[in-house]
Design a protein around this ligand. Structure first.
Ligand SMILES: C[S@@+](CC[C@H](N)C(=O)[O-])C[C@H]1O[C@@H](n2cnc3c(N)ncnc32)[C@H](O)[C@@H]1O
Length: 207
């Protein structure tokens, strides 16, 4: 049953994920500068990094490196493995750090955000979920499960509200430059149930 069901779920997830990559890479590319060194924390298969490197609006000489607790053999960019504690890089080793849909998987999201700020010289770009709206936590649980089960990524089903995100950011050596509290991240019909206020994007400027 699982052997048939998970590949089917993966096929259904693919067009949704492709649209998410297009929307996110559009948002991220406009924050990047020529010769930026970017770190993608929790890069998964490296597809977001790859979308940035292939984006028509990318700046010249962009490099993207991944870091992962569960590196995938088919990762599209160079990836460093670590244990989920301290990021294995010097302070300010990268210009920009991206952390996309990773914090809600992390045992200690505050510590991970601090680590992102430590290794970034300029920006930390956060994409995550936001528990807001009717049955938000149940809709997020369903989305999280459907998006991660086919890839064997464990979920802890814990989601922050807008106030909780802002409180987490206020404790960082960074300021919020901009945020999107609602996003049309998925193909048309999907946004109604899984997009909009369940999705969150913030640009943090490191002090
Ligand atoms: C939903 S996937 C997102 C993958 C990718 N960032 C993207 O946007 O397509 C979450 C990823 O975060 C990774 N992850 C979970 N906890 C982590 C941690 N503490 N540090 C780094 N990566 C982590 C998982 O292994 C998984 O690959």
């Amino acid at each position: 049953m699982t052997r048939l069901f998970l590949p089917l779920l993966r096929c259904l997830h693919e067009p949704v994920y492709a649209r998410r990559l297009a929307v996110l890479s559009d948002l991220i590319v406009r924050e990047l500068k020529p010769s930026d060194r970017v770190l993608d924390v929790g890069c998964g298969a490296g597809r977001l990094a790859q979308a940035l490197l292939q984006h028509p609006g990318r700046p010249a000489s962009l490099t993207v490196h991944g870091v992962e607790t569960r590196p995938r053999p088919d990762c599209a960019v160079p990836v460093t493995t670590y244990d989920g504690g301290s990021l294995p890089f010097e302070a300010r080793a990268f210009d920009v750090v991206i952390i996309a849909d990773v914090l809600h998987h992390a045992a200690d999201p505050k510590r991970l955000l601090e680590e992102c700020c430590r290794v970034s010289r300029r920006l930390v770009l956060v994409k995550d979920h936001k528990a807001e709206g009717c049955l938000a936590r149940w809709r997020l649980r369903l989305l999280d499960w459907a998006a991660n089960a086919p890839y064997d990524v464990p979920c802890i089903y814990r989601y922050a509200t807008l106030e909780q995100w802002r409180a987490m950011f206020a404790a960082l050596p960074a300021s919020v430059r901009s945020e999107l509290a609602s996003m049309r991240l998925y193909p048309a019909g999907w946004n109604w149930f899984f997009g909009r206020r369940l999705q969150y994007f913030a640009v943090l400027e490191v002090c």
